[in-house]
Design a protein around this ligand. Structure first.
Ligand code: GNR
Ligand code: NI
Length: 170
């Protein structure tokens, strides 16, 4: 297992659209293991391959509560099961230190493959539903800050660029 480096906004590589996985083989299983290690190390509850500069449709999620088990989502597709939007404060490992409220559908049905290439389907609400949508956004080259106003997004961008500059000189 290996820790991978997480790309940070406004890195242009985060805008890459991921390709579908054609075969779930050992290369993909190593990627999944590395993604779990990287996610746990960074204390996140989800990670998309895009965030570690691998542009394949692979996601790991672990909400780390009593009800949910670690989830591997390969070639995930979801449909929304409600037109109602719910507000949730979101954060992202690729946008460190920024937490903002985003509105999304609260109920989704997910279809994906697991690490053995087997298809499964689940319905999700609450934080899991939000996380599924947040991760699928990453695979499409989108970030949660894209759901905010242009003004908020440009302020976040300036803040992160400034932070990076400070890190580089300290
Ligand atoms: O760790 C994470 N927390 C989180 C909180 C609210 C909504 C979404 C998330 S996902 C995020 C990890 C991450 O960046 N995944 O892409
Ligand atoms: Ni994220």
């Amino acid at each position: 297992m290996a820790l991978r480096k997480i790309l940070e906004f406004p890195d242009a590589r985060l805008r890459t659209v991921a390709k579908a996985v054609e075969m779930v083989d050992d290369t993909i299983r190593v990627l999944v293991d590395d993604m779990f290690e990287t996610m746990y190390h960074a204390q996140g509850i989800g990670l998309a391959a895009t965030q570690i500069d691998v542009h394949l449709r692979v996601v790991v999620i672990d909400l780390q509560d009593d009800q949910n088990k670690p989830l591997v989502m390969i070639n995930p597709e979801f449909e929304t099961l409600t037109s109602e939007l719910d507000e949730m404060q979101e954060g992202c490992l690729s946008v460190p230190g920024v937490y903002e409220v985003v509105k999304r559908p609260d109920h989704v049905r997910l279809k994906a493959l697991n690490q053995n290439g087997e298809a499964y389907e689940i319905e999700a609400e609450g934080l899991l539903a939000v996380c599924i949508q947040h991760e699928c956004d990453h695979l499409a080259g989108k970030l949660f800050v894209d759901h905010l106003s242009t003004l908020k997004r440009s302020r976040i961008k300036s803040k992160l660029i400034k932070q990076k500059r400070l890190e580089a000189t300290s």
